[in-house]
Write a protein that binds this ligand. Structure first.
Ligand SMILES: [Zn+2]
Length: 162
């Protein structure tokens, strides 16, 4: 098993604590690369925290169990650790860890931020309930008519070693 952190970077204006609206049911959509044949899934595959399946051969459980279409090797992915809200600050405007994956044979290589995200205005007076990150840029105004935006999303996957 390899622990891989999913890191998000985004340009936000007047927006803090960006996170999936309900982390306990949020389905994370990744493309995965097979560690054996190095082919990548052609579609995004959802990792559902509520879904737990048995690996073949009683090797434990995982949120996603999938065979490689190219070399037939079975691998698994599980969401572990908490989901952390993304909060760009002056001190940290780079990539931030969102969630950690426990991976066997599969390695995430891309992300699709579909689904509902939430966030707060910088003064925390306004909670944005239905942020959609699938578009190039999301935009709204807070209760004081100050614009809030998210754009330029990028992703990084780093092995976590300890
Ligand atoms: Zn393969």
């Amino acid at each position: 098993m390899v622990k891989i952190g999913f890191y998000l970077k985004a340009e936000c204006e007047n927006l803090i604590e960006l996170e999936p609206s309900e982390a306990s049911i949020y389905i994370w959509n990744f493309k995965f690369k097979c560690n054996r044949c190095h082919e990548t899934t052609d579609k995004f595959v959802g990792v559902d925290p509520q879904l737990v399946s048995e690996k073949s051969g009683s090797k434990g459980e995982a949120n996603l169990i999938m065979k490689c279409k190219f070399c037939s090797r079975e691998g698994s992915v599980s969401l572990i650790g908490p989901v952390t809200a993304f909060s760009p600050t002056a001190k940290n405007d780079g990539y931030q860890l969102m969630v950690t994956l426990d991976c066997q044979n599969w390695e995430p290589v891309d992300f699709d931020p579909q689904g509902e995200w939430v966030g707060k205005s910088e003064d925390e007076s306004t909670k944005f309930e239905d942020i959609e990150l699938g578009e190039d840029e999301w935009m709204d105004v807070d209760n004081n008519d100050v614009p809030a935006t998210v754009g330029n999303l990028s992703y990084r996957f780093l092995k976590i070693t300890k």
